[in-house]
Design a protein. Structure first.
Length: 466
C-alpha cells in the first residue's frame, strides 16, 4: 500500500526521532531530510533542525537544498558572515538557483541594506518558477523602506497571481491605510469583489475602510456581507458590534458580540464590549457581570480592570474600586493607568500617603499630565512635606514653564519655608500670568497672605503706579 505524502513525512519524522533515541544511524534520502528540517524550523525546534541538517549533509554532502537550509539557520541565528561565505561558494556552482539570490537578499535585509536586497530579489524574479513568493518578499522590502506605494504595487501583483493570497490583500490594505487612502482602498476592494463576490476578507476590509471614514451605515452593510459570505467569521461580528455601538444601537451590538462567544472560546474583548453596552443601557448589574468575566478570561487586559474600577469609582464605591485596582497592580505593577487610578481613589479616601505614592509612581512611569504634578504637590503640602512639594513643582515647571497654577503653589511653599526672595519671584510671575488664579494662594496658603512682603507685592500688582 502506497503512503500519502503526509503519512510518508510523519513516518520519516518518527524514524528520525527513533534514530536519535537509539543513537543508531539510519539512511534517509535528501528530500526526507529537507522535510524533517522544515518541520523543526516551522515548530521552532532549532537544535533538532541543526542536528537533522548536519546528519543530512553527512549522508548527502552535495545536496544544494540541505546546504541552503544550513545557511537559513545561520541567518536565523544572525551569523550573517558565515552564511554569506557559504552562499558565495554555492553561487559559483549554481548561478541559476533562485534560492541563493533570495537568501543573499535576506542577509542584506537583515543588515538594513534594503536596496541591495531588492536588486537581488529582482534577479530572482527573472529566474523563479514561483513568482508569488518573490513578489511578496519585494513588497516586504519596500515596506521596510516605508515606500508604501511600491510595496502596494508588488503585493497587488501577488494577489493577481493568487486571489486566495489574503496575506497580500491585508498588506495592500495596510499600505492604503498608512497613506490614508481610504476611498482608494474601497475602490480597489470593490474591483476585487466584482471578481470574488463572496470573499469575506475583502468585505471585512471594506467595512473597516468605511468605519475609518465614519460612514457607519455602509460599514454595517459591508460587515453583514462578510457574515453572509462566512457566518462563522468572528472578526466581522466584532467589527459589526463596534459599528452598532457607534450608532448607539447597544442591544444589537450585544447580540453581535454574543454570537462570537458561541463560535469559539470567549474573547476578553467581546466580554468587555458587552459590558460597556450594558453600561450604556443603564444595566449596571449585567455590565459588572461581564467586566468580571472579562478579567477572569484575560487578567492581562488592562481595559477590563479599568472598566471595573471606573464603574465603582463613578458610583462612589471607593473601597471596592481600590480593591480591584490593587488586584490589577499586583498583576502589572508597571501600568501607569492603574497607578493613576490608585492615586485618585486613595485621595478620595483621604489616604494621602498612599495617594502620594500613586502619583509619584504615575510620574515615574512617564505620565506627565499637569493634574498629576498639581495633585501630588497638594498632597505633599497636606502631609507637611514642603521641600518635597517644592521639588515636585520645580520638576513640573520643566514641562509646563510659567504655568500660573504651579507658580502660585511654589510661591506659597517658599514663603512657608522662609525663602521669601524665591516666594516673591514666583508670586510676581503668577500675578503677571494669571491674576484671577490668586484664589489658589487663598485656599492653600491663607497664612502666607498675612506676610507683609506678600501684601506689598499684591498691592504693587493692583496699583503699579505706586
Amino acid at each position: 500500500m502506497q503512503l500519502s505524502s503526509n503519512e510518508h513525512n510523519n513516518f520519516a519524522l518518527e524514524k528520525f526521532e527513533s534514530m536519535l533515541k537509539t543513537n543508531s544511524v539510519l539512511f534517509f534520502d535528501s528530500e526526507e531530510f529537507e522535510e524533517i528540517v522544515h518541520h523543526y524550523l516551522a515548530n521552532g525546534k532549532m537544535a533538532l533542525a541543526k542536528k537533522a541538517t548536519k546528519l543530512g549533509l553527512e549522508q548527502h554532502p552535495t545536496s544544494t537544498n540541505l546546504k541552503l537550509l544550513k545557511i537559513e539557520i545561520y541567518i536565523f541565528e544572525n551569523q550573517l558572515d558565515i552564511a554569506e561565505e557559504l552562499l558565495n561558494e554555492l553561487y559559483l556552482l549554481e548561478q541559476s538557483n533562485e534560492e541563493i539570490y533570495i537568501q543573499k537578499a535576506n542577509i542584506f535585509s537583515r543588515r538594513d541594506q534594503h536596496k541591495e536586497a531588492i536588486s537581488l530579489l529582482e534577479q530572482a524574479l527573472d529566474i523563479t518558477t514561483d513568482e508569488s513568493d518573490v513578489l511578496s518578499l519585494l513588497g516586504m522590502e519596500y515596506l521596510f523602506m516605508e515606500d508604501y506605494q511600491n510595496a502596494k504595487r508588488y503585493f497587488m501583483k501577488c494577489l493577481e497571481k493568487d486571489e486566495q493570497d489574503y496575506s497580500a490583500l491585508y498588506n495592500i490594505i495596510y499600505c492604503f491605510e498608512y497613506l490614508e487612502e481610504y476611498e482608494q482602498a474601497i475602490d480597489y476592494l470593490n474591483d476585487f469583489l466584482n471578481k470574488n463576490p463572496y470573499c469575506e476578507v475583502a468585505w471585512h476590509q471594506v467595512g473597516k475602510q468605511y468605519f475609518a471614514l465614519k460612514d457607519y451605515k455602509k460599514a454595517l452593510a459591508a460587515f453583514d456581507f462578510a457574515i453572509i459570505s462566512d457566518d462563522r467569521f468572528i472578526g466581522a461580528y466584532l467589527e459589526k458590534g463596534r459599528v452598532l455601538e457607534k450608532l448607539k444601537r447597544y442591544r444589537e451590538a450585544i447580540e453581535s458580540y454574543s454570537i462570537t462567544l458561541g463560535l469559539d472560546d470567549p474573547t476578553s474583548y467581546a466580554l468587555l464590549r458587552i459590558g460597556k453596552c450594558y453600561e450604556k443601557l443603564g444595566n449596571d448589574e449585567m455590565a459588572l457581570q461581564f467586566f468580571t468575566k472579562c478579567v477572569e478570561e484575560d487578567s492581562l487586559l488592562d481595559k477590563g480592570w479599568i472598566a471595573i474600577t471606573d464603574y465603582y469609582y463613578k458610583n462612589k464605591q471607593y473601597q471596592k474600586a481600590l480593591y480591584y485596582i490593587e488586584k490589577a497592580i499586583n498583576i502589572d505593577s508597571e501600568n501607569v493607568l492603574y497607578w493613576k487610578r490608585y492615586a485618585k481613589i486613595n485621595n478620595k479616601l483621604s489616604l494621602f500617603e498612599e495617594a502620594e505614592v500613586g502619583f509619584r509612581k504615575t510620574l515615574e512611569l512617564g505620565n506627565y499630565e499637569l493634574e498629576s504634578w498639581l495633585t501630588r504637590s497638594d498632597i505633599l503640602t497636606k502631609l507637611g512635606e514642603f521641600e518635597a512639594a517644592v521639588n515636585n513643582l520645580n520638576q513640573a515647571l520643566e514641562f509646563y514653564s510659567e504655568n500660573a497654577e504651579l507658580e502660585y503653589r511654589l510661591s506659597g511653599l517658599y514663603f512657608i519655608l522662609n525663602e521669601h526672595d524665591k516666594g516673591a519671584f514666583h508670586l510676581k510671575n503668577a500675578l503677571k500670568s494669571e491674576p484671577e488664579f490668586f484664589m489658589i494662594l487663598e485656599e492653600l496658603f491663607p497664612s502666607v497672605l498675612e506676610i507683609k512682603r506678600v501684601q506689598e507685592i499684591i498691592k504693587q500688582h493692583k496699583n503699579p503706579s505706586l
